[in-house]
Design a protein around this ligand. Sequence first.
Ligand SMILES: *Cc1c(COP(=O)(O)O)cnc(C)c1O
Length: 401
Amino acid sequence: MEKNRKKGISTRAIHAGERPDPETGASSPNLVMSSTFAVKAGAGFSVDGMDEDSPYFYTRWRNPTVKQLEEKLCSLEGADSCVVFASGMAAITSLFLYHLSSGDHLVISDVAYAAAAEISHDLLPRLGIEVTRVDTSEPEQVREAINSRTKLIYIETPCNPIMRLTDIGAVAEIAREAGVKLAADNTFSTPVGTRPLELGVDYVVHSLTKYICGHGDAIGGALLGPASEIAGLRKSIAIRTGGVISPFNAWLIMRGMATLPIRMAAHQKGALAVARALEAHPKVTAVMYPGLESHPQHKLAVRQMENFSGILTFQVGDGPRTAQVFAEGLEVIHYAVSLGHHRSLIYYLPTDEMLTTSFRLEGAQRESYRAFSGDGIFRLSVGIEDAADLIEDLERALAQV
Ligand SMILES: *Cc1c(COP(=O)(O)O)cnc(C)c1O
C-alpha cells in the first residue's frame, strides 16, 4: 500500500519513466539513437498492426528514449498517455488534423501562440475547417460560439504573449455540456503550476522547448490525453505524418525536466521580484504578471495556478526606442524570442503589428488585447539568475532611454 502511494512531484520529475538499465545497471537513462530495431520475421510492415505492446520497430513509430520522456510527462500531468513530437507546433497541428475534417468547426482562443493563431487563419480554412476565434477569458463567448459541427475547443492560459488567463474549469464545463473536446496549451504554467486534465480538459499541449526542457537547447512538443485517443493519434497522424522528435532531443528534454519543480520555484521567485521592481520604476507604465495583485485576473490565477511561472510583460512610454536600448545594452538578459529557459530572455511585441499579423483582431477582441498590451509589450521570461542582477540590468538600460 505504502509502496503504491503517489510520490511527490519532485520525486516523479526525477524518477518517472526511468529505471536502472536491466542489463548494465546504468543509473541514468540510456540514449538510444538507433533508427531501426532487429525484429522477428513476419513482424509486419504497416503501422496498422502496431499496438502499445508491440516490440520496437522503427524510431518514427516508437523509440525507448522518447518513450521514457512520454512516461515522465504523463506522470507530471496526471495523464493516461502521451505522444511527443519534434516541436510544440507539430503537436498542435497533429491534434487539429486528428480531430478536424472538412466541414468541422474549431473554437480557438483569439490570442494564442502566434503560429497556432496563424494556422487558424490560413491552413485550417484551406482544408475546409471553419474557425471561430473568441476571447476565452469570457467563457460565455465559448458557449455562444459552439455549433452542431464544433469538434474541438482550444485554449491557452496564460496566453502568449499578453498573459491573459482563461478559467479552465469554466470552459471545461461548457465543453462537457456540449459534448465537445477541449484542449489546453499548458506551456506557460507547466504541470508544476496547473494540471488542466484535473480541471476537466481532454488534452494538454506543450511546447517542451520552453520550461520543460528549460535550458534552451532542444525543441520538442507533446500532447497528453486519454489512452485510446492518443493511441489513435499516434498511429494515424504522428507516425504517418512524421513530426517525431530526435531521441537526442528527447534525452536532453528529459534531463532538463528532472529539475522542473525546483526551476519553477526559482522562476516564480525571480519573476515576482523583477515584477515588483518594474512596477515601482518611474519609466514603466504597466506590468502584467499573474502573481501580482494588480493583474486583472489575479483571483483566478490564485485559484488555478500553484506557481505563477516566470513570464511577465511590461510597458514603457517609448517601446521601440527602449527595444533598441535593450537589444544593444542589456548585459545579462538576452534580447531574443522564446521563453522558459534558465537564461532570461526579453522581446518587444508592438501591439499594432501583432493585431494585424498573427492575431487579426477587430472590435471588442482588439480592445481586450489592448487592455493587456497597451501600444506594445516587453515579454520578459525571467530566468533563474540572481534577481538582483536582472533588476540592475533592466534599471541600467532603462536609465539610457
Ligand atoms: C513556443 C510555444 C509554442 C510552439 O512551440 P514550438 O516548440 O516552438 O513549436 C506553442 N505554444 C506556446 C504557448 C508557446 O510558447
